[in-house]
Design a protein around this ligand. Structure first.
Ligand SMILES: *Cc1c(COP(=O)(O)O)cnc(C)c1O
Length: 384
């Protein structure tokens, strides 16, 4: 959606800041995923709920036939309530509590992505008590670095996630000895906002090696889940609003040696929802500093923490003004020096009351919102 397409007339009287969700773009994105996969019934995408757990967004993604990838019992519940079938819900996380495991077992979720042998034994014990069999995949730490921000790599040996790949034969044998565990496959996830397909090629090569090793040991591999992590273009939300799903799926088609009948699962989060979300706020004050000009807006790091947390870039537009551009530091009201959306950006001249759009904020925006400084959680506007 270009600047002029935002329905600014409908924003008047709404409490800012709020999230604006472009639902037609979400639908086009989900269509693009389906067409990039093509006719491969064994390939399935589970949406990573943590990227955006807004109930309306979840409902749309469930209705489009995707599964859900959850990282807590709360997310499993939100996914179930939004209409995802329990069998289409997978659950990862290094620290699943007994209550969370019990809830997920009782609901009958499709898969536990297990991250340690200690966790496996706890699931076995709880499943035995409930008289259930838990479907389990092992999350493998493939020891692969992705070319992305250090805080969002997850597949290195030094990260807390997964079972180190060399320990895998041992834990598969352990699972085979557990009567209330059904071993189903392997799970991986190497990081987020990955745009360099060679990172996914490295993952495919690692999986191919691991598969060959397990087969030599006559151990089952089962199905494969390669996680998520596909990045989007934050610089050009108007011209490149849909992630390059074709390049992504083609990478796995070309480099992953699947066995006949072997299912392949993906867990895309950011790439499905980031582009359709925009944080809308208003200019409170324009302030001249000694060396810089500030546009102080009513949105902050409590609605969108990515710039403060990762120095993430979001394109910013003034939806109200068409006056000649000036340079601004766009900052929020929260009492933290890191409460800055951008420094030295060029915006159409700002005045008090102008609507400001912070683009590509549909992923890790609303889902990470907090009430720090006593701020209310942001509302949502669904553009149909
Ligand atoms: C966060 C996460 C994802 C999704 O990552 P994106 O970069 O948003 O695609 C997928 N799988 C797991 C296990 C995750 O923790």
């Amino acid at each position: 959606m270009m600047k002029g397409d935002f329905p600014v007339g409908e924003f008047a009287g709404r409490k800012t800041p709020f999230y604006f969700y472009d639902l037609p773009l979400l639908e086009r994105t989900l269509d693009a995923v389906r067409s990039a996969i093509g006719n491969r019934p064994l390939w399935q995408v589970h949406y990573a709920v943590k990227a955006n757990a807004n109930p309306e967004i979840l409902r749309r993604i469930a209705a489009a036939g995707f599964g859900a990838d959850c990282v807590s019992g709360g997310e499993v519940r939100m996914a179930y309530e939004a209409g995802f079938a329990p069998s289409a819900i997978v659950y990862a996380g290094v620290g699943k509590s007994d209550d969370e495991i019990t809830y997920a077992l009782e609901l009958g979720i499709g898969r536990f992505n297990v991250e340690s042998s200690a966790e496996l034994l706890v699931i076995e014990e709880i499943a035995a008590k409930l008289g259930k069999v838990a479907p389990v995949s092992f999350r493998v730490n493939p020891d692969i670095g992705a070319h992305t921000h250090a805080n969002i790599t997850t597949g290195l040996a030094e990260n807390k996630f997964g079972i180190f790949h060399e320990a895998l034969p041992e834990v598969i044998r352990l699972a085979q000895g557990c009567p209330h565990i059904a071993y189903k496959g392997l799970h991986f996830h190497i990081g987020s906002q990955i745009l360099d397909m060679s990172d996914f090629v490295a993952l495919c090569n690692r999986i191919n090696d691991l598969t060959a090793r397990l087969e030599r040991l006559r151990l089952p591999v089962g199905d494969l889940n390669v996680g998520g992590g596909l990045g989007i273009n934050y610089e050009h939300p108007n011209h490149l609003p849909i992630a390059d799903f074709k390049a992504y799926f083609d990478t796995f088609k070309r480099h992953l040696h699947l066995r006949p009948g072997q299912a392949l699962h993906f867990e895309l989060g950011r790439s499905l929802v980031a582009p359709c979300g925009t944080l809308i706020c208003r200019v409170l004050y324009v302030k001249q500093g000694t060396t810089r000009q500030f546009a102080i807006v009513d949105g902050s790091m409590t609605e969108l923490i990515r710039p403060a947390l990762y120095h993430a870039y979001h394109r910013i537009e003034n939806l109200t003004s068409n006056e000649p551009e000036q340079l601004y530091d766009v900052v929020g009201p929260v009492c933290e020096s890191s409460d800055v959306f951008a420094k030295g950006v060029s915006l159409d001249a700002c005045r008090r009351g102008d609507f400001i759009a912070i683009r590509s904020a549909g992923a890790y925006g609303e889902s990470m919102a907090s009430t720090y400084n006593g701020r209310p959680l942001p509302g949502a506007f669904f553009f149909e």
